[in-house]
Write a protein that binds this ligand. Structure first.
Ligand code: ADP
Ligand code: MG
Length: 701
């Protein structure tokens, strides 16, 4: 019988603080807490005791296997299951799990992307326990598995994953933020970290439709498909009532996530048909990143139980909205203070203003890098497509906060706006006070009360890299401010100077208008803001000297690691596009072409019948001729596409090849799609070899 999950079951599958306190000897618990809270190195003897307790706990909950769970640079999570079983001398077996097995694993790194960091002959990679993200149990058809979040590095210590740089950037942010806090006389805080809450968008379609579409299965998006008669123009999906099957899916998803300690909080329908969203309550960046991976995995798993396929691609369907992730980010102390909280009177809240200025400076100085941290082949179809934020990074602070900064910079008195009360003119409705600033929904980087919401991220990507960049660029700005304040003889005057120069040097980034409009594209160009429209044009930001200096200075990435990241970015992009191109050719030649000629043949036979009855001018031949001309177009376009594919293929692509891919190959693919989408509109549905947009988006049972 299915276990009934109540609130008490929240976190029941997590080796969290509660369990640790219960199962670890007091001194071990205290030492481990110190390691976690203060980022101290882990003593091997400590690991031994923790491993033992973790094993007993996991086995008591039915676990037979454990896995080092990590995030290589392919955007997925990786796991290699090992059983606890170990044979003993008398032919039996015991359940074994040592400190070494907990803390370190070895894995062949050669099959994961490494951007040329390593040759196959030295392909050893290590996974290392990250005690700051709690171990958890995963329950599925394979049984119960103890998952240990780990970092993944090469034999020579280079980071080969998403977690390592995120942890390193968190360390930099902590150091610099503490410097600032000390300058404000705060000696209580011992740790500062970024909090992250990720809103995750996704699509759910019938599993049978998904399996009938090779493009969805292999590339995550539909490479063909004519526009259905209705899309989302009636705005009737957003927040709409959930249908029963989806509501059950969401309920089970929540329950699965709660058990693993993921505090799934909001769920609703999104703008496009079949599109939905889930957001958990925010947590420390590293945990939030792990949990977001877990959310995506669990969505896939639970969907299948409902005969659904979960699509996490950024643009599975043309003509309707794509999916993104909103990365809500703030900085807070271990004493529970959110440093981005403006308070009642932001004008006099110098600490808040310094942290705010650090974010402003960071985002403008490293706009290209920040944009690059969200780039992927999938997201290229979304950013700037009139639905998601544009590819230009701008910032929305809200009227009130912007006025505070501006007034300080311009030596003007501040005029705090009155608390505005909304009166609906109906006595029975309560009067509510309006937020001091409305939300600009088109801004890619918006201040939303006490956090920033970065909306450029793609739905399928790991959030680690973006948060690494955010943490690090803000750390750099804080570093600069701290240095100014440390040598200053007039603290208040230096604070004012920080605010004034930040405003003057970075005001070009503030934008409050419609971020989706063409006027903004032009205005942004006048302001000198980068408009990096695709992944390939973003890549250079990773190896820009400004970036190298930033990463090397804080020990987050070496120059070599950054180059590897750059190479992986190009390679992943190219591989995606090549798979898409190959899939298109396959679908055209083996599915679409045969369907069209079958239809044409039947039409011609019909024409023959008409002729037999002296009705040769039936109009049927016009249709046949239309099909014929599209077939010829298709043949020419496929030949052209294949030629381009030859030009760009290769194991480690150059920037030039990637450019050809984005600027020349992709348009040919789009042309091929147009031909077949036109063919679809004139072909009998009966002949069409796979489900069309109407069936996928509106035919969900
Ligand atoms: P909306 O759609 O209105 O932006 P949601 O409730 O869908 O809001 O999501 C907001 C996300 O922001 C949630 O994950 C929430 O936990 C997170 N969040 C709230 N406060 C903070 C904060 N101080 N720092 C980081 N994330 C936060
Ligand atoms: Mg939001």
């Amino acid at each position: 019988m299915k276990e009934h999950v109540t609130y008490e079951n929240f976190g029941m599958n997590v080796f969290d603080d509660r369990v640790m306190r219960e199962r670890l000897p007091k001194d071990t618990y205290k030492s481990l807490r110190k390691v976690i809270d203060q980022n101290l190195p882990l003593d091997p003897s400590l690991a031994e005791v923790v491993a033992n307790a973790m094993k007993d706990w996991a086995i008591s909950r039915g676990a037979t296997h454990y896995t080092h769970w990590f995030q290589p640079l392919n955007g997925c999570t990786a796991e290699k299951h090992e059983s606890f079983l170990s044979p003993n001398k008398d032919g039996g077996a015991i359940m074994e799990f040592s400190g070494k097995m907990l803390t370190q694993g070895e894995s062949d790194a050669s099959s994961f992307p490494s951007g040329g960091l390593r040759a196959t002959f030295e392909a050893r990679g290590y996974t290392m326990w990250d005690p700051t993200s709690p171990a958890f149990l995963k329950e599925d058809k394979s049984g119960v598995t103890l998952c240990i979040p780990t970092a993944f590095c090469s034999y020579t210590g280079e980071a080969l994953d998403e977690k390592t740089p995120l942890l390193r950037s968190g360390r930099a942010l902590n150091t610099q933020a503490l410097r600032i806090l000390r300058l404000f006389g705060d000696h209580m805080v011992t740790r500062v970290s970024a909090n992250v809450g990720v809103e995750q968008e996704y699509f759910l379609i019938d599993l049978d439709d998904y399996k009938a579409r090779m493009d969805l299965m292999l590339t995550g998006r539909t490479l063909f498909g004519a526009k259905p008669p209705k899309c989302q123009e009636m705005d009737d999906y957003y927040f709409a009532m959930l249908d029963e099957r989806i509501a059950s899916f969401m309920k089970e998803l929540d329950e699965e996530l709660w058990k693993m300690g993921v505090s799934a909080k909001t769920k609703h329908n999104e703008a496009a048909p079949c599109q939905h969203e889930l957001a958990p309550i925010f947590s420390v960046d590293n945990i939030a990143a792990d949990q977001n991976q877990l959310i995506m995995e669990t969505m896939h798993k639970v969907a299948q139980r409902y005969n659904l396929a979960c699509l996490l691609h950024e643009k599975p369907f043309q003509y309707v909205n794509g999916s993104g992730k909103h990365n809500n980010w703030s900085i807070s102390t271990d004493t529970g203070v959110n440093l981005l909280e403006p308070g009642k009177n932001p004008y006099d809240n110098a600490k808040f203003l310094v942290f705010l200025c650090a974010v402003i400076k960071a985002v403008d100085t490293h706009a290209g890098l920040l944009r690059a941290s969200t780039a992927s082949a999938g997201n290229d179809h979304r950013l700037g497509a009139g639905e998601a934020p544009p590819a230009i990074i701008s910032m929305f602070l809200g009227e009130e906060i912007l006025a505070v900064i501006k007034n300080i910079a311009k030596n003007r008195e501040n005029n705090p706006s009155d608390n505005r009360i909304l009166d609906f003119g109906v006595e029975t409705l309560p009067r509510v006070s309006a937020d001091s600033n409305d939300r600009n929904r088109t801004s890619p980087f918006a201040f939303t009360g006490n956090k920033f919401e970065f909306r450029m991220l793609g739905s399928s990507m790991s959030v680690s890299w973006t948060n690494t960049v955010l943490n690090l660029t803000v750390a750099q700005a804080l570093d600069e401010f701290a240095t100014m304040l440390e040598v200053s003889t007039d603290f208040d005057a230096t604070i004012k100077e920080i605010i004034t120069t930040t405003y003057q040097q970075h005001k070009r980034i503030f934008f409050d208008g419609n971020g989706y409009s063409q006027e903004w594209v032009e205005e942004a160009a006048r302001r000198g803001l980068p408009n990096l429209t695709d992944t390939v044009s973003c890549a250079a930001a990773l190896i820009d000297p400004k970036t190298t200096e930033l990463f090397e200075h804080y020990g987050v990435y070496t120059n070599g690691e950054l180059h590897a990241k750059y190479q992986v970015m190009l390679e992943t992009y190219m591989k995606n596009r090549m798979i898409e191109a190959n899939t298109m050719v396959y679908m055209v030649q083996r599915q679409l072409y045969p369907a069209a000629v079958n239809y044409a043949r039947d039409l011609m036979q019909t024409q023959q019948c008409f002729a037999n009855f002296d009705m040769a001018d039936s109009g049927v031949m016009e249709k046949v001729s239309h099909i014929r001309s599209l077939l010829l177009d298709s043949d020419r376009t496929v030949a052209f596409l294949k030629e381009k594919m030859q030009q760009v293929k290769g194991a480690s692509p150059t920037l030039k090849q990637a450019e050809i891919c984005a600027q020349e190959m992709l348009p040919i693919m789009e042309q091929l799609r147009r031909i077949w989408d036109e063919m679809e509109t004139i072909t009998s549905k009966q002949y069409w070899p796979f489900p069309d947009y109407f069936e996928m988006l509106f035919g969900r049972d």
